[in-house]
Design a protein around this ligand. Structure first.
Ligand SMILES: C[S@@+](CC[C@H](N)C(=O)[O-])C[C@H]1O[C@@H](n2cnc3c(N)ncnc32)[C@H](O)[C@@H]1O
Length: 155
């Protein structure tokens, strides 16, 4: 299986990039013995000002073929962390690839949102997309620790 995060915009060096790198590194180390691969980061950028539709086109081209499309969207489901971990394990156990997609400043184009196999919300408030990357990376790491039975997650 493969797991990717596909996001609009380039993450420049800074606190968000450092946090994302740290959580993804921790995920890779924890996930190794669980059959979870290191997470790939796919970034797309529309320099022509084409808006959400152009971003959706770039994302669609960049999302690995056959991957389950999981969108990050404030209107989506709000799974508890153990449920999120269980879904990740389902992807792994059924050898499904999964791509977690984060929109840009204007959000994800409805055409992409409509195609999502699963849509996840980190609450109804809107977060900056760079923070959503950090939060997603943390939740993926947390999911790996839950599947590993390690004490990081305390509910
Ligand atoms: C600044 S937000 C765009 C918000 C925009 N109003 C919209 O309609 O999506 C940029 C991206 O961050 C992610 N995002 C922001 N808040 C979120 C939340 N509460 N839960 C999940 N993802 C969120 C989404 O992928 C969104 O496309």
């Amino acid at each position: 299986m493969r797991i990717d995060i596909a996001a609009v915009g380039r993450l420049k060096k800074g606190p968000e990039a450092a946090l994302v790198a740290d959580y993804l590194d921790r995920f890779a180390r924890t996930g190794r013995s669980l059959g979870l691969p290191a997470i790939g980061m796919i970034e797309v950028e529309d320099r022509r000002g084409g808006g959400m539709a152009a971003e959706a086109e770039l994302l669609t081209r960049a999302i690995p073929a056959g991957s389950a499309l999981v969108t990050l969207d404030e209107r989506g489901d709000q799974p508890a962390s153990p449920d999120f971990a269980a879904r990740l394990a389902q992807f792994r156990d059924s050898a499904r690839d999964a791509c977690f997609v984060i929109g840009g400043a204007d959000g994800l184009d409805p055409s992409l949102r409509d195609r999502a196999e699963w849509s996840i919300s980190f609450g109804r408030m809107v977060w900056p997309h760079l923070l959503v990357r950090v939060m997603l990376a943390e939740q993926l790491y947390r999911a790996a620790t839950i599947l590993a039975g390690s004490p990081y997650h305390r509910a």
